[in-house]
Design a protein around this ligand. Structure first.
Ligand SMILES: Cc1cc2nc3c(=O)[nH]c(=O)nc-3n(C[C@H](O)[C@H](O)[C@H](O)COP(=O)(O)OP(=O)(O)OC[C@H]3O[C@@H](n4cnc5c(N)ncnc54)[C@H](O)[C@@H]3O)c2cc1C
Length: 413
């Protein structure tokens, strides 16, 4: 363990890696210490008997603004999802197409039963505005809860309950839609501007690509930091002295290492993985529950997007549930039978991934989604809890904080 370096980065998730990339580009000496034996934090993939099981269903949105700074998305070999969603309502499957990719079909395609025609036209107009409006202007809007903002935008109770609540509960892990409207507006902007997909090698390929240009010798794995003080970081191997320290851990650990941050509430997501011989859908499209049963947030045949997610002859179904009390697998499987409209008794349950602290809660009060990162005395903090609860939020936070540290160490005279 080197005795001294300019910057110690605690945590090798997307935020810590993005910060390392920024410092590396600026020529500032740094060392990253990661508690576990791998990089990527909450973005991880387990390869189990030929199935790629992401540690919780996650997708990459190509519309995230910070992605392009850090990697060429092309190298991830993304398998894309079909734009739009399917909604099961009153026993029928309804398709809502992406309002910007197919603006004529979008409002009419679901005329049989999700929301009203006025809702669908309104949604298409909102999506167009969201896509065309710059981030700064979107953040000038009054900050409300997501539910208040949807109602203020003139959307009816029906479209909120049949489409938006189920969809957003999977994205934000927040059925109550209490998340800041600023967070939701930026995530929605990326959804309408980009496409969603998963890398052929699993979501873990994303942090691997961000870490790609970094020297391996500066990435210390298996080193849990136990205490952080100005100019000093404590590890089981001894103290590391530095001029600046960046805590880029999950929010719970950040609060333990830096008690002045105060507690960060988190939201839970659970993913159920099933292996099937005969996929219930022949396309990779998110299926939502429009019947307000509030069990499943979304489900998808993920191996339809990326066939590498399942071994030959099998398919992988990924199902997300939001909330701190996930139902038993048998309940979810029965619900999947109703949603897909098929028998599920021969589905093989591979595993359930339960993450009580999947995302930081981001209630109104996020402002311009740039929480302070410079805590003084050369101590900095980064992570999705400082920007927005997403891959974009983690990358943007790390990049921004890396810049702040470089400026702190080399102030302009
Ligand atoms: C189930 C799930 C689904 C999601 N879906 C999406 C999605 O579809 N789209 C999207 O944009 N975002 C999604 N997200 C959110 C996204 O994955 C996170 O916002 C992002 O990965 C957070 O990155 P981070 O670097 O801030 O934190 P983390 O990924 O938590 O990284 C923190 C790192 O710090 C390390 N660490 C902790 N304690 C210590 C210590 N004491 N010493 C040293 N190292 C330590 C950890 O091991 C970890 O590697 C999802 C998250 C989950 C869990």
């Amino acid at each position: 363990m080197p005795a001294d370096t300019e910057v110690v980065i605690v945590g090798g998730g997307l935020a810590g890696l993005a910060a390392a990339r920024r410092l590396h580009r600026s020529g500032v000496p740094w060392l990253l210490v990661e508690a576990t034996d791998r990089l990527g934090g909450r973005v991880a993939t387990d390869n189990v008997d030929g199935y790629l099981l992401d540690r919780g269903f996650q997708v990459l949105n190509t519309g995230y603004p910070r992605l392009g700074t850090l990697l060429d998305v092309g190298i991830l070999d993304l398998g894309y999802f079909t734009s739009g969603v399917l909604v099961r309502r009153n026993g029928t499957l309804h398709r809502l197409t992406h309002p910007l990719r197919d603006p004529i079909a979008a409002p009419l395609s679901a005329s049989a039963g999700v929301g009203t025609l006025r809702d669908r036209l309104r949604l298409a107009a909102l999506a167009a505005t969201c896509a065309a409006t710059g981030v700064r202007r979107l953040l000038d809007a009054p900050e409300l809860t997501t539910e208040q903002a949807l109602r203020r935008a003139g959307l009816s109770n029906r479209i909120i309950e049949e489409l938006l609540r189920p969809f957003l509960s999977g994205v934000l892990a927040d059925r109550a839609l209490e998340t800041s409207s600023h967070v939701t507006a930026l995530i929605a902007r990326s959804f309408v501007r980009g496409r969603i997909g998963v890398p052929a090698g699993g979501m873990a390929e994303l942090p691997a690509a961000v870490a790609g240009p970094l020297p391996r010798t500066l990435l210390r794995l298996g080193t849990p930091v136990t205490a952080v003080n100005p100019g000093r970081v404590r590890t089981p191997d001894g103290d590391i002295r530095c001029r600046a320290v960046l805590v880029a851990t999950d929010p719970g650990t950040a609060t333990r290492l830096l008690p002045s941050l105060g507690p960060v509430r988190t939201r839970a997501l659970t993913t159920y993985y099933h292996s099937v011989a005969h996929p219930p859908l022949d396309e990779p499209i998110l299926l939502l529950d429009g019947d307000r049963r509030e069990i499943v947030a979304n489900t998808v045949v993920i191996s339809r997007a990326a066939p590498t997610y399942a071994p030959p002859g099998r398919h992988l179904v990924s199902t997300s549930v939001a909330g701190h009390t996930p139902p038993p697998e048998t309940v979810v499987r029965a619900e999947l039978g109703r949603l897909y409209g098929c028998r599920t008794d021969d589905w093989e349950h591979l595993t359930t991934v339960n993450l009580p602290a999947a995302l930081p809660a981001a209630p109104p009060g996020q402002g311009r989604l740039r929480q302070p990162v410079d805590l003084g005395d050369g101590v900095f903090v980064a992570g999705d809890h400082r920007d927005s609860p997403s891959i974009q939020g983690a990358l943007a936070s790390g990049w921004r904080t890396g810049g702040a540290i470089a400026r702190h160490l080399t102030p302009r005279t």
